[in-house]
Design a protein around this ligand. Structure first.
Ligand SMILES: Cc1cc2nc3c(=O)[nH]c(=O)nc-3n(C[C@H](O)[C@H](O)[C@H](O)COP(=O)(O)O)c2cc1C
Length: 192
């Protein structure tokens, strides 16, 4: 099994990368593969469609998703939101029913709002949201500072352990014939 770790920072090897690495190490401890996809630079260079196609192709093969973002102006980055706006439009079938988690990194404030931004994509797509022992955040302006955030790092590792546990439960459920019921779409627009 494999999990895609999306890094929405403009800094490839910064704080978000450091947080996602901690998730990856816990996944690996549980025998789950992972891969980081750095999207920040591509979006800055105007290659949104290219990165969306790449993420969509990877999600066909992956069983879970972790989206990481630094906090920019008390929100997830514009870059990650741009990619997710498009990705959740074109690749919903490859995202639905796969466990997902949001991870944010900040120097000081805006973490809860940024997490809320990201979790909303999962919650409209029938993705089980993986939680941890605290809200999924690390603090720091540099990777070295993040490495001093022992509670944040533990929170990241528990996301990895919980994601692995849920993936294995889903696999065991499928093998045991557990059925997931669905319903036809019903769209009610708020018009008079
Ligand atoms: C444009 C910009 C806006 C930022 N806004 C915030 C903010 O609102 N709150 C905060 O705590 N940190 C803010 N920061 C700091 C980053 O969130 C923080 O340093 C983060 O850990 C960087 O992660 P990265 O190394 O993965 O990019 C901002 C940084 C940038 C570049």
């Amino acid at each position: 099994m494999k999990v895609l770790l999306m890094n929405g920072s403009r800094r490839e090897k910064g704080c978000t990368y450091t947080a996602l690495n901690e998730v990856a190490s816990a996944l690996a401890e549980n025998g789950i593969e992972s891969e980081q996809l750095f999207i920040g630079k591509a979006v800055m260079e105007g290659r949104v469609n290219e990165i969306v196609q790449e993420a969509a192709a990877k999600m066909k093969e992956c069983d879970g998703l972790v989206v990481g973002s630094p906090v920019y102006y008390a929100s997830a980055t514009g870059e990650v939101q741009m990619v997710l706006d498009r990705l959740f439009g074109v690749a919903r079938a490859d995202l639905s029913h796969k466990p997902a988690a949001a991870v944010v990194s900040a120097r000081r404030g805006g973490t809860a709002a940024a997490m809320d931004n990201l979790n909303k994509y999962f919650m409209i797509s029938e993705m089980p949201v993986v939680s941890s022992c605290y809200w999924n955040m690390v603090f720091g302006n540099t990777p070295e500072e993040v490495m001093q955030d022992a509670e944040g790092l533990r929170t990241m590792r528990l996301i990895g352990h919980n994601m692995a546990w849920l993936l294995k439960c889903i696999e065991a459920g499928k093998a045991a014939g557990v059925e997931r019921k669905t319903e036809p779409a019903a769209k009610t627009n708020f018009i008079r």
